[in-house]
Design a protein around this ligand. Structure first.
Ligand code: G1P
Length: 291
């Protein structure tokens, strides 16, 4: 059976980024760089690699710089050209005209509400969701791994990974069902931020989703859940049974850039892997550790 291709991706980027203040007072947290690429660029590149064409940003006040980042900076490019500089570094920031769409989440009512704000653009198509805080580095990337699984089983998919049991209450957690392969498991239940004792597993939702458009109708009347917010996890949980739901175990590295320690870890890890600076950064890290 062929499944409708995934061509649209929603990026919820309206969050206030309070955990990174004062850095995020005037700069959206999604533009904080890991080495020299802003977080949002990693997520958009990951989506494009998977064949996604339409980028939907759910933004809010103070977040317009994200859209600027994907525009053509005429003055910058002209000046660089005049000086004979290489412009290819800007290639990933160029969007095909019309491919970037923004909608606003006027009030921070939760992730489920943010996604629902994109309903008119998503329409009747299945779509991906990428939370840019979760930096997923893999070959291929996480969403591509999920699209490959989707082409097989269709329906709804979420990326999962295992965390120590005591950390589950910071995440959405799955109740795993039948194991279909090394990386694909059926999902029989979902709970957002459960108490450690109530968690159905230690497999957490790691910020990547492929969902059917019906989730928008479920979100329409979704009440508040964990933290008093409208939770995407709760809406997805209500779809289980009506639609296929699978978890894809991501093969690659994941960095939680929503936390400061995770952000520093990502910066170090990616810098160490870089051909142009890895050796220098290793020397510096060794020197610092020896202090
Ligand atoms: C959100 C989701 C949660 C998921 C997490 C991944 O939570 O609601 O299910 O596990 O992202 O980072 P948040 O981090 O917005 O509290």
């Amino acid at each position: 059976m062929t499944h409708k291709p995934i061509k649209k991706a929603v990026f919820p980027v309206a969050g206030l980024g309070t955990r990174f203040l004062p850095a995020t007072k005037a700069i959206p947290k999604e533009l904080l760089p890991i080495v020299d690429r802003p977080l949002i660029q990693y997520a958009v590149d990951e989506a494009r690699e998977a064949g996604i064409e339409q980028i939907i940003f759910v933004t809010g006040r103070g977040k317009t710089a994200i859209v600027e980042h994907f525009d053509i900076a005429f003055e910058l490019e002209t000046t660089m050209e005049e000086r004979g500089k290489d412009l290819s570094v800007l290639d990933p920031t160029r969007a095909t005209p019309g491919d970037i769409i923004t909608v606003r989440q006027q009030v921070p009512l939760g992730l489920g509400h943010a996604i629902w704000c994109a309903r008119a653009i998503v329409g009747d198509d299945p779509f991906a969701i990428l939370l840019p805080d979760e930096l997923m580095i893999g070959k291929p990337g996480c969403i591509k791994q999920m699209v490959e699984a989707y082409n097989d089983v269709g329906g709804n998919l979420i990326s999962v990974l295992e965390v120590p049991q005591e950390e589950v209450s910071s995440y959405g957690v799955i109740a795993p069902g039948e194991v279909k392969s090394d990386t694909l498991t059926e999902v029989t239940g979902l709970v957002e931020k459960p108490a450690v004792a109530d968690a159905p597993s230690n497999k957490i939702i790691s910020g990547r989703y492929i969902l059917q458009p019906e989730v928008m109708r479920v979100l329409e009347d979704q009440g508040k859940g964990a933290g008093g917010e409208i939770q995407l996890t709760d809406a997805m949980a209500r779809m289980i049974g009506d639609q296929p739901f699978h978890a894809v175990t991501f093969e690659g590295s994941r960095y939680d850039c929503g936390s400061k320690v995770g952000f520093v870890e990502a910066t170090l890890a990616l810098a160490l892997e870089r051909e142009d600076m890895g050796a220098d950064v290793r020397d510096i890290a060794e020197r610092l550790l020896a202090r």
